[in-house]
Design a protein around this ligand. Structure first.
Ligand SMILES: Nc1nc2c(ncn2[C@@H]2O[C@H](COP(=O)(O)OP(=O)(O)OP(=O)(O)O)[C@@H](O)[C@H]2O)c(=O)[nH]1
Ligand SMILES: [Mg+2]
Length: 265
């Protein structure tokens, strides 16, 4: 049952995609909902969009959802982080009445303590808030080879798309209004690809809507529990292909997209 909310409070749904996250998910949900104490203007909910994990993740979340009206489970059935998130965003809007969506990984690489900072920017009038490892105040504790990969991928995709105002395009920690999400044509984002290529493309599509965007510093840690689903060769291949196709004009350009970081970033 959906809880009633005061009319003055908008609802923010943290959509977290999962596949085999039994070691992380209960703590992640608790840590996320604990941020409610720092978030007056929004009622916080968590939606776990799970690709039918067989390790017990589904059962853990189902049990929490049965007793806590702020916890929700969507059994996506299909495999892939992109499709998991896409179905999650749709469900959060259609079934949960989300005003704001937050996209956050389930393995604590994204720190739930950053959630109030995202929401403060939405409250200040931004439509899209991007968590970045490349602005002052950010903390990146990833190993050197992951830093090299993220710097390379960011530079390549930003260069190909001519996006100069956004420093972070390849990690999936962002907040945006449901209204902005609904302006994006789903056919222009490779949600079905099994690699993480949808991450930069989705951001570009959000910016292309004319959204007012900004970045905030984020803290990124290596995963400590569970196993990685990142397939490096596939991600690097897709980044190279996407960048080449964009430069050759085979992908729609982000022409006219506003630069992030304008205003009170
Ligand atoms: N719904 C869904 N979520 C997925 C799928 N694959 C990965 N995820 C989730 O997507 C998030 C990111 O996946 P990770 O495996 O952590 O990828 P990564 O962060 O790039 O790699 P690491 O740094 O090694 O953790 C995690 O919350 C995963 O559980 C999938 O097929 N379906
Ligand atoms: Mg991870």
């Amino acid at each position: 049952m959906t809880p009633t909310r005061p009319t003055a409070t908008r609802r923010a749904v943290v959509v977290t995609p999962t596949f085999d996250e039994k070691e992380n998910i209960a703590d992640l949900i608790a840590a996320t909902l604990a941020e409610q104490t720092h978030t007056d203007a929004f009622e916080l909910h968590v939606l776990v969009a799970d690709s039918h994990s067989a390790d017990g993740t589904l059962e853990i979340v189902a049990a929490l959802a049965a007793t806590n009206p702020r916890v929700h489970l969507l059994d996506v059935q299909e495999r892939g982080i992109g499709i998991g998130l896409f179905r999650g965003f749709q469900y959060a809007i259609d079934a949960l009445g989300a005003d704001v969506l937050i996209e956050m990984d389930a393995d604590f690489q994204h720190n739930p303590e950053d959630i109030p900072h995202f929401l403060a920017k939405i409250e200040a009038g931004y439509d899209v808030v991007v968590g970045s490892r490349f602005v002052d105040g950010s903390v990146n504790r990833m190993p050197w080879y992951r830093k090299v990969l993220s710097v390379g991928a960011n530079q390549m995709v930003r260069g190909a798309l001519g996006l100069h105002g956004v420093t972070e395009i390849t990690t999936s920690y962002r907040a945006f209004t449901s209204e902005t999400f609904l302006k994006v044509d789903p056919a222009t984002v490779p949600w079905q690809e099994k690699s993480f290529i949808f991450v930069p493309v989705f951001l570009v599509r959000l910016l292309e809507t004319g959204a007012r965007a900004t970045e905030i510093p984020m803290t990124m840690h290596p995963r400590t529990q569970g196993y990685s689903k990142m397939i490096y060769w596939r991600y690097i291949r897709d980044i190279l292909l996407f960048s080449a196709r964009s430069r050759l004009g085979m992908e729609p350009k982000a022409a006219g997209a506003p630069e992030a970081g304008q205003g009170a970033a």
